[in-house]
Design a protein around this ligand. Structure first.
Ligand SMILES: CCCCCCCC/C=C\CCCCCCCC(=O)SCCNC(=O)CCNC(=O)[C@H](O)C(C)(C)COP(=O)(O)OP(=O)(O)OC[C@H]1O[C@@H](n2cnc3c(N)ncnc32)[C@H](O)[C@@H]1OP(=O)(O)O
Length: 200
């Protein structure tokens, strides 16, 4: 970034403002323990139909929380035998994104800050936990962590994020037309999009 480039106010905005409110679990949110499934079956993070993807599986938690598991595979390496940091950030991003199911809101990542605390070898199961901490207008504040060696093992990665609520038109207006056409022709996809959009 050049010195002349203006700093946007977003660069420091991971802390909720004083008038932010506590998140509210949607009354029709999936029950704790329920598998959330993919929000889009071609998604790089969670899609079962995406051969190159992470195939991350998330489950509803209590309150506005989710848990997820991701197994680091050979295709996810950065250094020999170790997970690529960007892939780990993707796993955190996807887990945080799946909090949408608990709020029945469609939100996209605005800001994601990641700490990498321990190397994560190929073959590791990353145990992820995420929660919404606050809501302010369209801004959804959240945090996540990923543990290795079991759900109670040491924290290897963690993140803080701000997601921004959007309408379904965000995707329809911006996505490549061929994928949008296919998604709109798929009744299951439309049902999932509606389930996210309807607020109490
Ligand atoms: C039937 C067909 C369709 C099917 C649909 C399928 C359903 C899918 C369901 C669920 C999908 C979930 C997918 C999860 C996947 C995992 C998560 C990802 O990886 S998402 C991809 C990466 N993220 C992006 O691509 C965002 C790109 N950015 C944008 O598009 C815009 O910048 C956007 C929408 C984020 C904001 O733009 P604005 O014009 O709408 O809104 P402004 O006015 O700029 O911001 C609103 C508020 O948010 C704050 N804000 C905006 N950006 C921020 C930032 N980076 N950090 C902090 N705050 C930010 C602003 O300061 C403002 O706050 P103040 O209301 O003034 O208090």
């Amino acid at each position: 970034m050049s010195a002349a480039e203006p700093q946007t106010k977003q660069t420091t905005q991971l802390t909720p403002p004083a008038d932010a409110t506590a998140p509210v679990r949607h009354p029709e949110a999936p029950a704790p323990g329920e598998l959330l499934g993919a929000h889009y079956d071609r998604c790089f993070g969670c899609g079962g139909e995406q051969p190159h993807g992470l195939h991350l599986e998330a489950r509803a938690g209590e309150g506005v929380r989710v848990s997820a598991e991701f197994t680091v595979k050979e295709a996810h390496q950065g250094a020999p035998g170790l997970a690529h940091g960007g892939v780990l950030a993707t796993a955190l991003d996807e887990t945080l994104g799946s909090l949408n199911w608990m709020l029945h809101a469609i939100a996209v990542t605005g800001r994601l800050e990641t700490d990498f605390l321990r190397p994560v070898p190929v073959g590791t199961v990353l145990h992820l936990d995420a929660e919404v901490t606050a809501v302010h207008g369209r801004k959804i504040y959240s945090r996540a962590e990923g543990r290795i060696g079991g759900p109670d093992g040491p924290v290897a990665v963690r993140a803080q994020a701000v997601f921004i609520e959007v309408k379904v038109e965000h995707f329809i207006d911006n996505g490549r037309p061929e994928e949008i056409r296919a998604a709109m022709a798929d009744p299951d996809q439309l049902r999932r999009a509606r389930a996210f959009e309807v607020n109490p």
